[in-house]
Write a protein that binds this ligand. Sequence first.
Ligand SMILES: C[S@@+](CC[C@H](N)C(=O)[O-])C[C@H]1O[C@@H](n2cnc3c(N)ncnc32)[C@H](O)[C@@H]1O
Length: 250
Amino acid sequence: MSDFTRDVSDNVKALGEDPSLWPQSLQWMHDVGRHHYTYNFHWLGRPIIQYPQDIVAFQEVVHRVKPDLILETGIAHGGSLVLSASLLSLLDIMEGLDPRQSKRKVIGVDIDIRPHNRQALDDHPLRYKMELIEGSSIDPEVVNDVHARCQGFEKVLVSLDSNHTKHHVAEELKAYAGLVSVDSYCIVFDTVVEYMHSEFVQNREWGPGNSPLTAVQDFLATNPHFEVDHSFDGKLLITVARGGYLKRIS
Ligand SMILES: C[S@@+](CC[C@H](N)C(=O)[O-])C[C@H]1O[C@@H](n2cnc3c(N)ncnc32)[C@H](O)[C@@H]1O
């Protein structure tokens, strides 16, 4: 480890252990959430409903894992799908491969792919890297379809960002965590719901006690193959996926 890498690692650990920073970060997320901050961003032309911090962390995970397949639940406007497609294309280029010829791809699943979003993705220059499935991510037919499309891929990264109830995320973890390759990640977004004030979860099916984090906690209690990579919590602080960067360790 270089001096710089060791310093950064120590800084990240200290950030994660500083008792004042998470409450401040959470307060900031509440304050900007009132102005729908997560809707402010685009990735290569498509709206992406993420914090910039999580987008950068996603890039770090992709570079570290070098997946040949990314599976995402929750497409919305397609920004996260385009993000994955662009990062996979860059991995190809960094390895001297032609992105159009390599087998790397992203599969996106959404229960409702609106026509204008589908059209925008169909028109996107990176469309050749994407496969879209319309249906519920926990519908057995969709799960079977995803598994069939994942055949023959070795390094698989999974991102869960669809319905944020405990039941739904638990079912997604049951359906898709097994696809994640060792040393890769299953990123469970919106674990932050567990910490949100009631005004942010009004008219939502999910909320504290019924959140992605509660599904993750149950999942980890019975699944020794995964652990939380807490370095992302300290590194980011501002993240919707606190405790949701799950690394497959065996
Ligand atoms: C938070 S948005 C996804 C944001 C997207 N990943 C991004 O970064 O821009 C959640 C999406 O999940 C979808 N969704 C809701 N319930 C679902 C289900 N049962 N199966 C699959 N997708 C679902 C919604 O239609 C919505 O488009």
